[in-house]
Design a protein around this ligand. Sequence first.
Ligand code: GLU
Length: 484
Amino acid sequence: MPTDGFINAEVKVRFAPSPTGYLHIGGARTALFNYLYARKFNGTFLLRIEDTDIKREKEDSIVRILEDMKWLGLSWDEGPVRQTQRLDIYKKFAEEMLEKGLAFKCYCTPEELETKRQKMKDEKLNPRYDGTCRHLTPEQTAQFEAEGRKPAIRFRVPDRKVTVNDLVRGEVIYDEDFAGDFVILKSDGTPSYNFAVVIDDYQMGVTIVMRGEEHLVNTPRQVLLYEAMGFQVPQFAHISMILSPSREKLSKRHGTVAVDLFKQEGYLPEAMVNYIALLGWSPPEGKELFSLDELIEAFSLDRVAKNPAVYDVEKLKWINSQHIQKMDNEKLLELLIPYLKSAGFVNDETVVSKRETLLKITEALKPRLVLLSDVAREAAIFFDDELHFDEQGKEALGWEATPAVFDAFLEVLDEYESLTADNFMEAIKKIQKKSGAKGKNLYVPLRAGITGQGHGIDMSWIMTILTPEQMKNRLKSAKQMVLA
Ligand code: GLU
């Protein structure tokens, strides 16, 4: 079994989303990197829902996140654990810290704190807790209690430097006064993010905390908490931000960022994980196309970059098209059916009765699909018997050779019950002979007469998928167009 090179103990990683909405591409990447790491080192992947911020918590958001992770194929081994089910545990640890003198009760009201914060800002100081309740006498405490004030619990932050050894960013040093005494338990009894995350990662045995760069600023606070409580400090790995092509923090403004919207737009989960893996991780040997299993094999933290990744939807599309090409026709058809249904091309009955034809259409269109949803546009020539002429198709209607090609085509079709891979060339030769047209003068009218278009997928597909009856009807209406 490979070891992760950093620790010999069993590997345990986690993804800890806050259910504030949907799973976006950045969250999916954090989940993916943790997943890959766990699978690579035969470790455990834990899913934890950080839902203590009750005001923002949304039940359907949790359901969406779990669904999106399942869709991406990122299975977890433990959880989902919800922090709201662990409130007693945080309280117990906070009380223990109080008893040990590592924390203190703070009776300052939000208004008082805000006034002090504002004052510090006015004096161009870094706003932070000023230590008002750090050394309250028992009398002062009793007085506040008598006033009915509900205390928060603050960590007595030690006055010293903190060094974080980050597996991605290297050594990051924080000066003595990087933080004031921060709240670990709010007056309503809920834990602060930094406190809950430390208790959880410790109790759940997390060995590497791998998360987005935005949490690097929280890390020294967390390290101090681990040390104060005598917990072993885990390893940290902070993954860089994802930027838009214009180098801003990637957000909804830059287009689709929610995983479930990518799904609706016709992206494959295989392509999503392949592309997301490349956001910040550079594969060895410059290879770009990976299955999830190949990613597990190839992934390593030492190839995760410090500098931000830039999101490129064109690359994602290319990767999607490559995964579509690789997919077996049966599986691809299953994925295309919802799009074919909503375009009105098939229904519950025809997906069964016309399965063979649908499989042929799938094979024919596969090289042209960038997104699964493209099938609605690309498959129209097979399902829509009304001809929609494009520029070149329209032009061909005016050519001298065209009427003769149409007539010859109609006559030849009468000779066949169906055209197949074996006989369609023979049919074309007959049309050529009867009409006397050659090359472009033959092929463009042939195509335009049954599709309205000047170019597109190979004629062998079109002529063997459409029935002679369909082709005759279309040719007749094309003939009308010539006469008109
Ligand atoms: N709940 C945090 C978030 O969604 C992640 C915290 C962590 O990974 O430590 O950003």
